[in-house]
Write a protein that binds this ligand. Structure first.
Ligand code: SF4
Length: 312
């Protein structure tokens, strides 16, 4: 195995819990988001030969239980609970991996594991916009069939302040491009990212961008301050004002009320949220809004997830 490459910790979307986690990169190519723990992280590309060695080791283990020497223990730990159906490519944006190498990795995976159902990856909007429509279609044919893209906000002012590196229009373009390629799109937005002053506009613009992108899955997270990030410092120095837990629920209500989807599974089940709601939109819109309104009307903090149970 390549000793230069530092295997990243497993940070994954909730729906990938059964996947095998195969690192192609470490860090994130767009390490400028001021709220993110990838801020400033160095991007590392893994050698293709090293990736292939891991795939071979995994195949040998799955087929005959053979453990090859010099293969990190983590490979067998993940393989032990793998269902053999899904692969998740790490790290923060594996789509940045050079296209010929990505294509070869996918071919290799498909050859070794012909029964794979799907391969998934985080993708930044910049990565998606750099790829041609034909390239995306080719990736889909090779079973790279779900992308997780952070939208964060639809408000250009917020996007610019937090260093997202793309604007509303570019995010919509990236999202639509994924869908046109037939790839499933799962996006996340962050409640509270506009702070107190920008809360209303952040929520309204976020509803608007979600409508325009019309993803298959949308998840709402709640802003959590990560020590060491620029936004954390800004907050500590009084330059950023965090919204209250109740306000985060109001933002959630605004987003659900004002967005219009064709068919989207929307959820706020992530551990960072104060309240969990989920459903298929538009079908469950009224039920979801009623649940939120009831909690808002009750004004009972015990109905919200306590701070110590919130997580990133
Ligand atoms: S693009 Fe995503 S992973 Fe990368 S720094 Fe921004 S929020 Fe973090």
């Amino acid at each position: 195995m390549n000793t230069q490459f530092e295997r990243p910790n497993i940070i994954r979307p909730p729906s990938e819990w059964k996947s095998y986690f195969l690192p192609l990169t470490s860090g994130c190519s767009n390490n400028t988001c001021t709220f993110c723990n990838f801020y400033g992280a160095r991007l590392q590309m893994r050698e293709l030969d090293d990736v292939k060695r891991e795939i071979d080791a995994l195949a040998a283990y799955i087929r005959s239980g053979i453990r090859l020497p010099a293969v990190p223990q983590i490979v067998y730990e993940i393989a032990g609970s793998w269902d053999g159906k899904r692969i998740f490519l790490q790290d923060g944006d594996a789509l940045v991996y050079p296209f010929p190498k990505l294509r070869e990795t996918l071919h290799y995976l498909n050859e070794r594991f012909p029964d794979l159902e799907r391969i998934g990856s985080y993708a930044t909007p910049q990565d998606i916009l750099r790829r041609s429509q034909d390239q995306l279609r080719e990736l889909k044919e090779l079973k790279l069939s779900i992308f997780y893209m952070g939208v964060e906000s639809g408000d250009d002012k917020v996007l610019q302040k937090v260093g997202k590196g793309v604007n509303h229009h570019e995010l919509v373009e990236a999202g639509r491009k994924v869908k046109e390629a037939g790839i499933t799109l799962s996006v996340t937005v962050i409640l509270g990212l506009g702070g107190i002053e920008g809360s209303e506009e952040h929520a309204l613009e976020t509803a608007k961008i979600l409508t325009e992108i019309d993803p298959d899955y949308a998840g709402a997270l709640t802003l959590t301050m990560v020590p060491g990030t620029p936004l954390y410092e800004q907050w500590k120095q009084g330059g950023f004002h965090l919204i209250s837990p109740t306000r985060s629920l109001e933002e959630l209500k605004i987003i659900i009320e004002n967005s219009n989807f064709t068919d989207c599974f929307f959820s706020s089940m992530h551990a960072s949220n104060y309240f969990s709601v989920r459903g298929q939109l538009p079908r469950d819109k009224e039920r979801m809004l009623t649940e939120i309104k009831e909690v808002l009307a009750a004004r009972d903090p015990s109905l919200l997830r306590p701070e110590f149970l919130r997580g990133l």
